[in-house]
Design a protein around this ligand. Structure first.
Ligand code: UGA
Length: 437
């Protein structure tokens, strides 16, 4: 099939490459010329494991191209909308400028049998509104909502073999013609077992925001337990292991620490609350305010623990922060808890050095006032305390005996509860986790 993908960021670039891998002829369209140039040269404009290899592989087939010219969408029968929906400045609501702009820019190039497939995370009601935009433009093209559930760091695998497909169509009917078209687009993953659910437009939009809200709630739940563990002298990691053994609960997303960040969970729960307010259902989501508050408290907590670890004052202390990305296997620093903690420590008088295997360029753009070191050993040099804030594999594999020889004082704060405390303590380190004694 001929497919256009509008917006080539973390979602769209991966989606375009994966659709070409599935055998389709794909054009990726983005307003950012630098991104388009990178992608055209089969270079990933951001770090995502497997993406660059995939781009090289599919570009050799001639099935994948990128452009800034929207007219290239003409001739495709399926158009995926993959642009961002960031938080509005100074408000909780989502900014739909890019989604609206993409759909309007696409209008002149649509044919009547085309389908426009929304993948961006949007407030419920957006799809119905956009369907009206299509209809009132005189086009018979159909609008479908097909939310994306990929995780950064696993985006290629999550796109090629997702744990489910959700198709939102008008009236939620299996007979809707777009269902058959999407089945053809996703024929390969459907044949190998990914289930698909057909539903109405608002339910499809809500599946995505509900899923992200549940994940955020799960993380904040365990972080609330961490607060209790801190007061009661209990260990939140053992608690999570035991609670998570109940199949109904599950151990995933019960890792307490510095909390969640990134370009999705924080802004999605806020946009969800804002939308619920508009719909007169704000009471239903007031608990998300608490989820957000618990999450943000973790960042303050880490600064306090770092101060304690440094003997009561951060002034002039040399601190090394391991990790800047919002999670490992990503260079994304949007609302990264690691980076916001690093900046806070610096504001409170510490001399902070940040290192990260992939995210330093993005980090330096966001917080130019912090000091960055590429090489882990250089970053650790003469540190008064080390903070592990993003659990990259290479940090988990550090040898505490070797690191002890690099730093001034063997003190470590494990913001992800990802290290083995016994191993570090027996190498002479003062170890502090979060929510554990
Ligand atoms: C999230 C969802 O997991 C995806 O399903 C969704 O498609 C995506 O948002 C999106 O809306 O586009 P992502 O932002 O890539 O994916 O990251 P997650 O893996 O969900 O992690 C989010 C944050 O939670 C990270 O900062 C991570 O470190 C933190 N986290 C995760 C914890 O603090 N504890 C945990 O137990 C798990």
């Amino acid at each position: 099939m001929r497919i256009s993908v509008i917006g080539c960021g973390y979602l769209g670039a991966v989606h375009a490459a994966c659709m070409a891998k599935l055998g389709h002829e794909v054009v990726g369209i983005d307003v950012d010329e630098r991104k388009v140039n990178d992608l055209s040269a089969a270079r990933a404009p951001f770090y995502e494991p497997g993406l660059e290899n995939l781009l090289q592989e599919v570009q050799q087939t001639g099935r994948l191209s990128f452009t800034t010219d929207m007219s290239a969408a003409s001739g495709s029968s399926v158009h995926f909308i993959c642009v961002g929906t960031p938080q509005k400045h100074g408000e909780n609501a989502a900014d739909l400028t890019f989604v609206d702009g993409a759909v309007h820019a696409l209008l002149p190039y649509l044919s009547d049998s085309d389908i426009v497939v929304g993948k961006s995370t949007v407030p419920v009601g957006t799809a119905a509104r956009l369907a009206e935009v299509l209809a009132s433009s005189g086009s018979d093209a159909q609008l479908v909502w097909n939310p994306e559930f990929l995780r950064e760091g696993h985006a290629v695998a999550d796109t090629l073999q997702p744990d489910r497909f959700v198709y939102g169509v008008r009236e939620g009917s299996e007979d809707h013609p777009a269902v058959n078209v999407l089945d053809q687009v996703y024929a390969t993953p459907l044949a190998s077992g990914s289930p698909r659910l057909v539903m109405d437009l608002p339910t499809a939009e809500l599946v995505k925001t509900a899923a992200n809200s549940f994940l955020a709630t799960k993380i904040s739940f365990i972080n609330a337990m961490a607060e209790l563990c801190e007061s009661a002298g209990a260990d939140v990691t053992l608690l999570a292991d035991a609670v998570g053994m109940d199949d109904r609960i599950g151990r995933k997303f019960l890792n307490a620490g510095i909390g969640f960040g990134g370009g999705c969970l924080p802004k999605d729960i806020r946009a969800f609350m804002a939308r619920a307010g508009e719909l007169g259902a704000d009471q239903a989501l007031t608990f998300l305010r608490e989820v957000d508050a618990i999450n943000m408290r973790r960042r303050t907590k880490v600064v306090e623990v770092a101060r304690e670890l440094c003997g009561g004052s951060l002034l002039g202390r040399r601190l090394t922060v391991l990790g800047a990305a919002f999670k490992p296997e990503s260079d994304d620093v949007r609302d990264s808890p690691a980076l916001s903690i690093a900046a806070q420590l610096q504001l409170q008088g510490a001399v902070v050095t940040v290192t990260d295997p992939q995210a330093l360029t993005n980090a330096a753009r966001r917080f130019p006032e912090l000091h960055y070191e590429k090489v882990t050993e250089d970053a650790l040099d003469r540190a008064d305390a080390v903070l592990l804030l993003t659990e990259w594999r290479e940090y988990l594999d550090l040898d505490p005996y070797i690191v002890a020889n690099l730093v001034s004082s063997a003190r470590i704060l494990d913001g992800r509860n990802a290290l083995d405390p016994n191993k570090w303590r027996s190498a002479g380190w003062t170890y502090r986790g979060l929510g554990r004694p």
